[in-house]
Design a protein around this ligand. Structure first.
Ligand code: ZN
Length: 330
C-alpha cells in the first residue's frame, strides 16, 4: 500500500511538473506556485487517484497490496544458508512467505529452463489457468532419467522407491508429461509431503475460481551436485492479488530414514533412525497416511491398493508423515 501510494505520488508529481511547464507557456499558472503548493497539489492528485478506484458495482477497491515490503528487493536468491536445517517439517516458509514475480499477467503461459551443462533442471514457471490444465490422464514418464537418478527400494518408503520423477510444475497444473526440463530426482517424501499440498492448493483454487496463479518452482542445487537439496515454490493468485494463493516455501529433498549423497544420488538406510525408539508391526494406509495395529478394524477396511504392512520403528513412520489411528492408538 505504501509503495503504491509512493508510486502514484511520483506519477502525480511528474504530471504536475508537466502541467506547470505547459501551463507557464500558456500563462495559466505563474511562477508564484511555490514548492510547498506543488507538494500539496501532488498530494491532492494522489488522493484523487487512490480514492477513485472503484469496481463495476461502484464499491471502492483497495489498491493491490504488494506481497513484499518495499525496500530490500524481495527477489533475493534463496541461499541455503538462510534455510534452516531439516527438522521434521517437510517445508518451511522463506522470505516471510512472500513470493516475488516481476511480471504480473493473467495470460496463461509456461516456461521450463533449459538443462544446464550437467543436465540439471532450472526454474520452471507458469501462469496457471484452467486453459493449461490437462484434459487427459497422465502418461508414462519412465523414459526420463533426471540427474542423480540412482533409485534404490526401501521397505519403509511408500511405494518402496526412494525417488520419484518429481514434476517441478505438477502434471495436474500444466499437463506436462515427460518433459525433461520439468522432472527432477525427488524423494517420495518431498513429492508427497513437501510439494503436493501446495500443488493441490493451486489446482483447487484455479478450478474453483477460474482465476490464474503465477507459480514458480526452482530446484536448489549445491555446487555440482546432481540431486537438488530442495525446491523453492512460489505462488501468487493474479485476479485477487494474492488473496486466494500466496506463498514462498522451501521443500526439503529428504527422506526420513535415508542418508542421501546429493553429489551422486546414491543412498543408504540411516540405521540410527531405523533402530530408534519403539519397534513394531503396523498396517499402513498409504493414501490417508494413517497407521494401525494389525488387529484394528480400521486396518481391515483399507483397500488392497493402499494397504502396506510395515515392521520397524514407530518414530520413523511419524517422521514420514504418518499419523497414528485414533481408535487403536498404535
Ligand atoms: Zn486403527
Amino acid at each position: 500500500m505504501k509503495a503504491n501510494k509512493r508510486r502514484y505520488r511520483l506519477i502525480a508529481l511528474l504530471l504536475l511538473t508537466a502541467l506547470l511547464l505547459t501551463g507557464c507557456t500558456r500563462g495559466i499558472l505563474d511562477d508564484a506556485v511555490s514548492e510547498l503548493d506543488v507538494d500539496k497539489i501532488a498530494d491532492e492528485i494522489v488522493n484523487e487517484i487512490t480514492d477513485g478506484l472503484r469496481d463495476a458495482a461502484g464499491q471502492k477497491v483497495d489498491l493491490p497490496a504488494p506481497c513484499a515490503e518495499d525496500g530490500e528487493p524481495a527477489s533475493a536468491p534463496v541461499f541455503l544458508d538462510d534455510v534452516p536445517e531439516y527438522a521434521g517439517e517437510a517445508y518451511c516458509a522463506i522470505n516471510d512467505n512472500q513470493p516475488q514475480f516481476d511480471d504480473i499477467t493473467d495470460k496463461a503461459y509456461e516456461y521450463y529452463s533449459p538443462l544446464d551443462s550437467l543436465g540439471r533442471c532450472g526454474a520452471a514457471e507458469a501462469c496457471v489457468g484452467q486453459e493449461l490444465m490437462p484434459t487427459e490422464p497422465r502418461g508414462d514418464i519412465s523414459r526420463i532419467r533426471p540427474t542423480g537418478w540412482v533409485n534404490v527400494p526401501y521397505d519403509f518408503v511408500d511405494g518402496k522407491s526412494l525417488y520419484n520423477r518429481c514434476h517441478l510444475i505438477g502434471f495436474q497444473l500444466t499437463g506436462e508429461n515427460d518433459n525433461e526440463r520439468n522432472l527432477i530426482t525427488g524423494t517420495r517424501y518431498m513429492n508427497v509431503e513437501g510439494m503436493l499440498p501446495f500443488e493441490n492448493m493451486i489446482a483447487d483454487y484455479v478450478k474453483e475460481t477460474g482465476n490464474h496463479v503465477l507459480y514458480r518452482v526452482t530446484p536448489i542445487f549445491f555446487g555440482e551436485e546432481l540431486v537438488a537439496r530442495g525446491v523453492q515454490m512460489e505462488a501468487w493468485s493474479v485476479e485477487d492479488e494474492g488473496d486466494g494463493v500466496c506463498f514462498n516455501v522451501y521443500a526439503y529433498n529428504v527422506q526420513p530414514g535415508v542418508i542421501i549423497d546429493y553429489a551422486t544420488g546414491q543412498s543408504e538406510a540411516d540405521e540410527e533412525v531405523l533402530n530408534s525408539g519403539e519397534q513394531g508391526t503396523y498396517i499402513l494406509n498409504t493414501n490417508s497416511h494413517k497407521f494401525h495395529l494389525p488387529s484394528c478394524s480400521g486396518a481391515e477396511t483399507i483397500s488392497e491398493k493402499n494397504r502396506q504392512e510395515y515392521t520397524g520403528s514407530r518414530q520413523l513412520l511419524i517422521l514420514q508423515g504418518y499419523k497414528p489411528c485414533t481408535q487403536c492408538n498404535p
